[in-house]
Ligand binder design. Structure first.
Ligand code: SF4
Length: 433
């Protein structure tokens, strides 16, 4: 027998008071120092910046230039490339030059490990062409060389007027610092568990390295921090702590997030919690691409995360129902896909010719149950006929039923309605009606 829940007789409705309402929306952004990476501002009052990383051999100038251009066209505002040998260091200025010839001014970040001090010394054109250096404090060098080589990297940043990201990573944690903190922990009256000690080591690696860079002479406004781990709860704990202990701008990312939906969900879960708390100034979604898939997926996911959270707008968003037994065919799924692809493809042009179009909301719904209601909430919505409904698709514009589409041309006509709306509302003659 199913149990029924009965409210206690004494229960009274809660008073409706504004000051009793739960908080709505993200917390105010954490106050950070603003860093200029080329022409892009990170931190301070700048919007959260989307960045990505190439997976081509940087020494292959044509392939890397092509992929940077793809990432930039998809909306990446900063692009990182690995600089791991003399050939890739020599390629960097050529890549930046080729991008400039294509009219692409995206700042390029160099990712250095182990030999960055040597590469920057031998390739001054690379040091100049890069907009930022990423330094991993866990592997700038080992033993006695670590401090010297870290100092050399910072001195190059000072000499060339570049910002750095001091990016600690769980997978390349500074082992001497971890061992030191383990020893200190053993002396505690109530020792921490090993996980907490390792999280502290990661945070201290980033924070101590940043203070060392400041001592060497790098301005605090030239430093971005990150401390990446691959677990969602660990990442949230690490960044909350790091945010409370400094005012450096923070780069968020779940490292080694994984492939497909797992990588997307894990990254979104971790980053959404932090951004809801106002933490994070630039994000990267570290997805493993499916074989043959475009690298640009990580950019799309980053944009969609920011947009669905209401933090930024990049492209019109399509609300679509999941479909159920009331849907007569896959047509509404296809229509939702076609509409999303159409507006995403149009957005680079609309960004210039119809600014504001990125805020457009669209709805594609499968039947009359929620179709008209959801469609009225969107700027433009269509409610397709479900099982047993008349073969007609009412279209709603700004909450009012505007027309009904029928027959084989529904998709084409609906795209035309969207384009016409954008032209009327966001074009140069936007105020004519
Ligand atoms: S709107 Fe209609 S088709 Fe879509 S999920 Fe709801 S009931 Fe099913």
């Amino acid at each position: 027998m199913r149990r029924r829940y009965n409210a206690p007789m004494s229960a009274q409705p809660l008073p409706c008071r504004d000051d009793a309402a739960p908080a709505f929306g993200p917390a105010a952004r954490r106050s950070t120092r603003q860093v200029r990476v080329g022409q892009v501002a990170v931190g301070g009052d700048a919007p959260v910046v989307v960045q990505s990383m190439t997976n081509t051999d940087t020494a292959d100038v044509a392939a890397t230039t092509r992929q940077v251009a793809e990432l930039w066209r998809a909306g990446s505002e900063l692009v990182r490339v690995t600089v791991n040998n003399p050939e890739s260091a020599a390629a960097v200025p050529r890549i930046v030059e080729k991008l400039a010839m294509m009219g692409i001014e995206v700042p390029i970040i160099g990712d250095f490990h182990y030999n960055g001090h040597q590469l920057l010394a031998h390739e001054p054109a690379c040091a100049e062409a890069l907009a930022k250096y990423r330094i991993n404090p866990g592997n700038v060098g080992f033993g006695k060389k670590r401090d010297t080589q870290f100092a050399q990297l910072i001195e190059f940043a000072i000499r060339y007027g570049k910002p750095v990201r001091i990016g600690a990573n769980w997978g390349s944690l500074d082992q001497s610092l971890a061992a030191q903190l383990m020893d200190e922990n053993a002396q505690r009256a109530a020792p921490w568990d090993a996980g907490r000690v390792l999280r502290e080591a990661l945070i201290r690696s980033a924070l101590d390295s940043a203070e060392r860079a400041v001592e060497i002479g790098l301005a605090r406004e030239r430093i971005i921090l990150s401390a990446k781990v691959s677990g969602v709860q660990e990442l949230v704990a690490v960044y909350r702590d790091m945010a409370a202990r400094s005012d450096f701008a923070l780069h968020l990312g779940l490292t080694e997030a994984g492939i497909g939906s797992k990588g997307i969900v894990a990254s979104a879960a971790a980053l959404a919690v932090l951004m809801q708390e106002g933490i994070g100034d630039t994000i990267r979604i570290s997805l493993t691409p499916e074989p043959g898939a475009s690298r640009t997926q990580e950019v799309v996911v980053a944009q969609e995360l920011l947009q669905t959270m209401g933090l930024r707008a990049f492209t019109p968003m399509v609300t679509a129902c999941p479909g159920c037994g009331r849907t007569t065919s896959e047509f509404f799924q296809e229509l939702a896909k076609v509409v999303q692809e159409h507006v995403r493809a149009k957005m680079p042009e609309w960004k210039i010719t119809h600014p504001g179009a990125e805020n457009l909301t669209l709805a594609v719904m499968g039947c009359v149950v929620n179709g008209p209601g959801e469609s009225r909430h969107a700027n433009i919505g269509i409610s397709l006929p479900g099982t047993g409904e008349a073969p007609a698709a009412p279209v709603f514009i700004d909450g009012e039923k505007a027309m009904t589409l029928r027959g084989d041309g529904i998709a084409r006509e609906f795209l035309g309605i969207i384009d016409g709306y954008v032209a009327r509302k966001f074009g140069s003659d936007a105020h004519a009606d």
